[in-house]
Design a protein. Structure first.
Length: 85
């Protein structure tokens, strides 16, 4: 999944991310059940604040486009996974 940010005069970061993920879901470039990158990983890749990605994911979750699943990693630590519905 490729996300490209434009100049911030177009839209805030979270809105650009949310709209592009929605477009990927509509265009079926990400399928139902696919995992999205963690907010921290995507924020690092895009060089933005993690809070921007978390807000985009929260709004997508509220729209019913993605679902948040809580589990544990291989060390038993809590892990949150975001999947496309």
């Amino acid at each position: 999944m490729n996300i490209e940010l434009k100049d911030l005069t177009h839209n805030p970061v979270y809105l650009q991310v949310r709209e592009q993920i929605e477009a990927h879901i509509r265009n079926k470039t990400v399928a139902s059940g696919d995992s999205l990158p963690s907010p921290a990983a995507l924020a690092q890749k895009l060089s933005v604040d993690k809070g921007e990605i978390q807000r985009a994911y929260y709004e997508l979750e509220q729209l019913g486009a993605i679902a948040k699943q809580t589990g544990k990693d291989f060390l038993g630590k809590p892990k949150i996974d975001y999947r496309v519905k």
